[in-house]
Design a protein around this ligand. Structure first.
Ligand code: UD1
Length: 429
């Protein structure tokens, strides 16, 4: 398994290109199942999860063609995917594949809406706690699906097609909202979703579906209204920039000090996180090219932050913020309200000398003067990158083991950081 070696203490200066959003790309690829025509996605990041979803879709009979390079393109430009689900040959998504990537469970919605049936494995647990699918199932039932659990599989049927309905989520769920929108797009009649997730990726997927002929209004707000249509067609769509990647590099620069432009980044996608950085004393300037992040030699003010659904501070940046605050000038608090058990990084950060106490969903971080490099282990995607951030500011060498988690969500992380002066390299197994 690959490892990443980091020698800490260097400031970051230069620019980092931000890739297309993983969390928009995955549901966009899944939306291709809704039509016989070709969906063309631009600015798709080169990530392990994209490759895995390609395999999962391939199992249903979907052809994915990756466009070649154009003149003038650099290796950082996103890929163009041509996805064609003209013939769906299998409506089962097996355990071996779904268990490796939770979001692949979402194929249940387009398969059911278009084919009248779907058999998708329950995803099972993962490193960040129990992540149930009860609300996704509830949404499909509200649209008239008959659901049965059989041998670890969710079997969904709608012989005469789905019918528009009212879906009120008791809790904000991104996956639930994606699933409801995709299913309702091909249902007969009108669907109203209340307490919908407002994440930018929801709006991006709805924008693409509307280009495909869907009638979705209100995406990006908590009330979404969908007029079902009989069929959807092909479209061409450019994936929005990755706000989690943006926030991660912003925190890396805040950690080491320096001056970096995050190219293509859009501040409105992560305003809550940028506000926290500004409160901590980081300079954040929107520019024509993206967002400029700078910090001089002065220290970081501690913060008190609670994760929330969008537009609040994202859970997917919680571990990175915690790494940053290990060097704050005083005591910070971070409360995680979205996922239980999403503090796997705490023990590993402690190996670098961080002082963090946990009490239920609240972490208290006492800033220390210095961190010291050590071997650490990556546990999940966001936790792994928090270790990289801490290592960039730690004295001496840190070896991050099990970096395959990083490759799921960060495109060429070591190249992007090395390009700004970090001493970081991948050691291939
Ligand atoms: C998505 C993101 C993930 C992010 C998360 C929260 C993708 C591919 N993944 O995950 O990176 O961390 O949103 O912003 O976009 N819940 C239920 N029942 C359900 C579904 C969810 O109780 O049926 C709960 C979850 O346990 C969690 C909360 O709702 O506590 C939010 O989860 P959800 O928004 O659904 O996360 P994902 O869509 O899986």
């Amino acid at each position: 398994m690959d490892r990443i070696r980091i020698a800490g203490g260097r400031r970051l200066n230069g620019s980092i290109p931000i890739s297309g959003a993983k969390n928009a790309t995955l549901p966009l690829m899944i939306a291709s199942l809704l039509t016989e025509e070709t969906l063309v996605l631009e600015n798709v990041p080169r990530l392990a999860d994209v490759g895995l979803l390609q395999r999962i879709l391939g199992n249903h009979g979907v052809d994915v063609m990756i466009g070649g390079k154009r003149p003038g393109e650099t290796s950082y430009d996103g890929q163009t995917l041509h996805i064609c689900a003209a013939n769906i040959i299998d409506t089962t998504a097996p355990y071996e594949l779904v268990s490796r990537m939770r979001a692949s469970f979402w194929v249940i919605a387009p398969l059911l809406a278009r084919m009248g049936e779907a058999r998708v494995s329950m995803p099972g647990g993962c490193a960040i706690g129990t992540r149930p699918v009860d609300l996704l199932i509830m949404a499909l039932e509200r649209l008239g699906a008959a659901i049965e659990i059989d041998g670890g599989y969710v079997v969904a049927r709608a012989g005469r097609g789905l019918k528009g309905g009212e879906i009120k989520f008791p809790k904000v769920t991104v996956g639930g909202t994606h699933t409801a929108i995709m299913a309702a797009s091909l249902a007969n009649g009108t669907t109203v979703i209340e307490n919908a997730a407002r994440e930018p990726e929801i709006k991006d997927v709805a924008d693409c579906l509307n280009k495909m002929g869907a009638k979705i209004a209100g995406a990006g707000t908590s009330r979404i209204v969908i007029e079902g249509v009989a069929r959807l067609g092909g479209a061409r769509h450019r994936v929005i920039p990755d706000r989690i990647e943006t926030g991660t590099y912003a925190m890396a620069v805040a950690m080491t000090g320096g001056d970096v432009v995050l190219e293509n980044a859009q501040p409105e996608l992560l305003q809550a996180a940028l506000d926290v950085l500004i409160r901590a004393g980081v300079e954040v300037t929107p520019t024509n090219a993206g967002i400029r992040i700078a910090r001089d030699g002065s220290g970081l003010a501690p913060v008190d932050v609670t994760t929330q659904p969008f537009p609040g501070f994202p859970t997917d940046l919680q571990a990175q913020l915690m790494a940053l605050m290990t060097r704050g000038r005083g005591i910070s608090h971070i409360t995680e309200t979205i996922f239980e058990n999403r503090f796997m990084h705490v023990q590993e950060l402690a190996r670098l000398g961080a002082r963090i106490a946990l009490s239920g969903e609240r972490a208290t971080i006492e800033g220390v003067d210095r961190l010291k490099g050590a071997p650490v282990m990556a546990t999940d995607l966001r936790a792994s990158v928090s270790l990289v951030i801490a290592a960039l500011a730690a004295e001496g060498e840190t070896m991050v083991n099990r970096v395959y988690h990083l490759d799921r969500g960060f495109e060429r992380l070591e190249d992007k950081l090395a390009g700004c002066g970090a001493a970081i390299e991948r050691i291939s197994a």
